[in-house]
Design a protein around this ligand. Structure first.
Ligand code: B4P
Length: 186
């Protein structure tokens, strides 16, 4: 099973993907985490990614697509995977389609977490990661509206989009996700 987690910054993609991964026992591919790991390792790719992340901008498509393509070739992805925060642009979605088509595997479900912006700002400020300050958060929302939100239509047209109410406790959100996944695989 292949599932994409979509949603604005701080909507809980990482939080929920981690839980679902534990339950479904499939690989968890968080592009945010992979880019932060590359930054901590001090690789040229990591340094380039960090410049964009600190400015609240998306990391260039070719960089992210390269990272995902490498990860997708690893053995644990054969059982299935959760894409957390990828794709974030239409070109990334097209690249994912191509990668999956080459492997002759379908994308089964896109879970889009829906949370009002004012709640998200509070969550991000409380988290306090290096890219969680007011100015950067504002830019991340701008990038989301311009580049990522069009993906809702992209996947709606395919009939695999499921909107999830992302408000409430992480447990409440997870039970909605669990129901959506159960319906999709039934
Ligand atoms: P990500 O690492 O994907 O992070 P995010 O969108 O900020 O957060 P997420 O939605 O995962 O929220 P989380 O569960 O952590 O991206 C960071 C940056 O990496 C991007 O801005 C971009 O620069 C770069 N990047 C990543 N992927 C890319 C791509 N494909 N292309 C280009 N660039 C890319 O939750 C946030 C907080 O809320 C946490 O503190 C959590 O505990 C809390 N929380 C979660 N659920 C809650 C709930 N129900 N109630 C209350 N609090 C909750």
């Amino acid at each position: 099973m292949r599932i994409v987690f979509l949603g604005p910054p701080g909507s809980g993609k990482g939080t929920q993907a981690q839980r679902l991964q534990e339950e479904l026992e499939i690989a968890h591919l968080s592009t945010g985490e992979m880019l932060r790991d590359a930054d901590h390792a001090g690789t040229p790719l990591g340094r380039e990614a960090a410049r964009h992340m600190q400015a609240g901008q998306l990391v260039p498509d070719e960089v992210v697509v390269g990272v995902v393509a490498d990860r997708l070739s690893e053995k644990d992805c054969e059982r299935g995977c959760l894409f957390d925060g990828f794709p974030r642009t239409v070109p990334q979605a097209e690249a994912l389609d191509k990668m999956l088509a080459e492997r002759k595997i379908p994308l089964n479900l896109v879970l889009a977490l829906d949370v009002p912006t004012e709640r998200l700002v509070d969550r991000l400020l409380a988290r306090g990661r290096m890219d969680d300050n007011r100015e950067t958060i504002h830019e991340r929302f701008r990038q989301y509206d311009r580049l990522t939100e069009p993906l809702l239509d992209y996947y709606r047209r395919r009939g695999i989009l499921c909107m999830i109410d992302g408000e409430g406790t992480p447990d409440e959100v997870f039970s909605r996700i669990r129901r959506a996944v159960d319906t999709a695989i039934r």
